[in-house]
Design a protein around this ligand. Structure first.
Ligand code: KIV
Ligand code: ZN
Length: 433
């Protein structure tokens, strides 16, 4: 259930452009334990993997890519641990990646014995540079490679009737491939899987490397959405990376362009500049009044877990979660925020200057919103004294006291806390015993 709507209704009230917006959450897949993990300086050990998995489940992910079991013994063992120790809730599907090579597919199925619900994720590269330079295969041979291995997955899945298998295919480097060829491969794979409206498969379109502006990627997704031979038999997924720093925009545009599902990582971990940041996409939806169906109501808990598991810190200015994102240093911002808090009534839409989201919705507090440094004005100083010490300064005194504070800051050259302000206030006006 959506908790609130942020200010866009106000901003959009007088719009003259067509209303293209996301109105519901996509199907989410976390690949923190696969694409994220493979990009870590020090890959997660089993304890950290399990902690990440449990956090992803707690957030609400129903599809979680847990590894590449045929490529790594550690990933194989982790898949076995999840299955044998019964860590996978009944409504969660694990996903495993495999290349289109027979021994690797066979090994992948070995890792899956006893699983309840699995997505087998098959991929092979389709881009011209990979065909020509790396694989040495022509277009017909690439189609044949994809089809042959799809059939193999289908046969092996049929031999394990106790497991519910879903099939996913990724034409790797879709973003750098001729559209007509991507369509040809995907149509052939969809047919080989025997997909229909009752037995859908997932077709995942990766921007393996982000080469173009986000609208171009979205146009490519839209073209596929319109031209695939069996669209009704497909869950259309995207897998943006972030090489140009526009992964979030690419993901959002791709969803607007017709994708049903998106793959990415928490806070944008992943190869090179990362996979698309799913927290960013989810909370962008939230601020537009759309329930993301993922729970970030204690975002600091999620962050602590991710930082521990990835051994990477989240940047202090990272959208929604960074240490500094609910902090205002500028006096005019502080003043505006103070006035808006004072005028705000409980339950109103969030129409707050300089704060795109109510920090409380993510388990953050207003306490850190206003700090005082050399850029601050009297508003921030007055706000802190009132909020922390219940002292309401008359306007004349606000002006006078802010000059005192400014002089101290010019000397000290550092940020002051509410406690520092109170000490200065007591010293200046003789309140101390
Ligand atoms: O980025 C990519 O293309 C991938 C594929 C394996 C889906 O991670
Ligand atoms: Zn990837």
């Amino acid at each position: 259930q959506t908790k609130y709507r942020a200010f866009p209704p106000v901003a959009l009230a007088n719009r003259t452009w067509p209303d293209v917006q996301l109105t519901r959450a996509p199907q989410w897949l976390s690949t923190d334990l696969r694409d994220g993990n493979q990009a870590l300086i020090e890959p997660m050990d089993p304890q950290r993997k399990l902690r990440m998995f449990q956090m992803l489940v707690k957030i609400g992910f129903k599809e979680i890519e847990v590894g590449f079991p045929s490529a790594s013994q550690a990933d194989f063992d982790f898949v076995r641990l999840l299955i044998e120790q019964d860590h996978i809730p009944a409504d969660v599907s694990i996903q495993v990646l495999t290349q289109a090579r027979q021994p690797l597919i066979a090994r992948t199925f070995e890792s899956l014995r006893g699983a309840r619900r699995v997505i087998v994720h098959l991929y092979n590269a389709v881009a011209p540079v990979m065909r020509r330079v790396v694989l040495g295969l022509d277009e017909d041979q690439i189609v044949d490679l994809a089809v042959t291995h799809t059939r193999m997955v289908r046969e092996l899945a049929a031999q394990q009737p106790a497991t519910e298998f879903l099939f996913q295919y990724s034409p790797e480097m879709f973003s750098g491939t001729e559209l007509a060829f991507s369509k040809r491969v995907v149509d052939a794979v969809t047919e080989a899987w025997g997909a229909n409206a009752q037995r859908k498969c997932i077709i995942n379109l990766p921007a393996t490397v982000e080469h173009s502006t986000p609208n171009i990627f979205a146009d490519m997704v839209e073209w596929m959405d319109r031209h695939l031979a069996r669209r009704e038999a497909i869950v259309l997924s995207v897998h943006p990376h972030n090489d140009r720093g526009t992964g979030t925009a690419a993901g959002e545009f791709a969803l607007m362009a017709g994708a049903d599902r998106i793959e990415g990582c928490l806070f944008g971990n992943g190869e090179r500049t990362g996979n698309v940041d799913l927290v960013n996409i989810a909370l962008n939806l939230y601020t537009q009044g759309v329930d993301p169906e993922l729970d970030f109501s204690d975002i600091d808990e999620v962050r602590r877990c991710v930082e521990h598991c990835n051994q990477l810190t989240v940047h202090p200015r990272h959208p929604y979660v960074g240490d500094l994102v609910y902090t205002s240093f500028s006096g005019s911002h502080q003043d505006a925020i103070k006035k808006a808090f004072a005028a705000r009534k409980e339950g109103e839409i969030w129409d707050m200057p300089y704060l795109p989201i109510d920090p409380k919705d993510l388990g953050r507090s207003y306490d850190a919103v206003i700090r005082v440094n050399s850029q601050s004005g009297k508003g921030g100083i007055a706000y802190l004294l009132e909020a922390e010490y219940g002292v309401e300064l008359p306007r004349r005194l606000q002006i006078e006291f802010s000059q005192v504070v400014q002089a101290v800051m010019d000397d000290a050259g550092k940020e002051l806390s509410a406690a520092d302000l109170w000490r200065i206030f007591e010293g200046e006006y003789g309140l101390a015993e």
